[in-house]
Design a protein around this ligand. Structure first.
Ligand SMILES: Nc1ncnc2c1ncn2[C@@H]1O[C@H](COP(=O)(O)OP(=O)(O)O)[C@@H](O)[C@H]1O
Ligand SMILES: [Mg+2]
Length: 225
């Protein structure tokens, strides 16, 4: 499903100094797997997710997801990949404040051209999966952070992506809300809805995830089996 081969990505700081975010990084993940990415701040975790989400390109190396060679792909292919293959959850939810949860979850489908009725039906299904049926008419400021994040997971899944990426999705939540959000990711994994790659700072959360990759300074530290 996912193959990175000798991937390097260097950023230029505003001062012009180069920062090597990923260096000759390689990785293979099977379809349907759930993997935690851990490692100290600045070691390249978000850079890795951006490459997997086709939000960024590597300077060197190969990034293949679901048979698509993202390092070779044209902008049109990469746009299509972002719309169809991948769903992304960020630390700070990014729900639109003027729309209720159901409208937020259905919005990507409407923007992709689906009719309002079909998009709403699909949105209702996803909110049920996220345990938010009763909250569907609430505005984002009327629910808890954990509920917001579960709505964001529902929105990320609404177009049936094969890959779900999450960058510190519990980083802004208390432990009760964090564990409800993680229950949802585990449920998604068990139902085989998507391959999941989740960045986390929390050793407790990483310990509950079947696959774990620890990164250090742009590279991978192999974990003992
Ligand atoms: N757009 C950017 N411009 C300059 N430096 C960046 C940029 N994005 C990331 N970096 C640098 O690359 C390194 C890795 O960043 P990142 O992937 O965000 O790490 P992590 O998510 O593990 O904290 C850091 O040193 C960071 O400061
Ligand atoms: Mg990060």
């Amino acid at each position: 499903m996912i193959r990175l081969q000798n991937v390097s990505r260097t950023y230029l700081e505003s001062s012009g100094r180069p920062v090597r975010a990923l260096s000759q990084f390689s990785l293979k993940l099977a379809a349907g797997s759930m993997t935690a990415i851990t490692g100290p701040s600045g070691c390249g975790k978000s850079t890795l997710l951006h490459l997997l989400g086709a939000l960024d390109r590597p300077d060197e190396g190969e990034v293949e997801v679901d048979g698509i060679l993202l390092h070779h792909a044209t902008e049109a292919q990469r746009t299509r990949y972002r719309r169809e293959t991948v769903g992304i959850v960020f630390q700070f939810f990014h729900l639109l404040p003027g729309m209720n949860l159901l409208e937020n979850v259905a919005l990507p489908l409407i923007l992709a051209g689906m009719g309002r009725a079909a998009a709403t039906t699909r949105g209702v299904e996803l909110l049920a999966l996220a345990g938010l049926s009763e909250k569907s008419a609430r505005l984002p400021h009327e629910v808890s952070g954990g509920e917001l994040q579960r709505a964001a997971v529902a929105r990320a899944l609404v177009h049936r992506p094969r890959l779900l990426l999450a960058d510190e999705p519990t980083g802004n939540l208390d432990s009760t809300n964090a564990s409800r959000v993680m229950d949802l990711f585990h449920a998604v994994h068990r139902s085989g809805l998507a391959t999941i790659v989740l960045v986390t700072h929390s050793p407790e959360i990483a310990a509950q995830i079947p696959g774990r990759i620890e990164m250090a300074d742009g590279g991978r530290v192999p974990l003992p089996a």
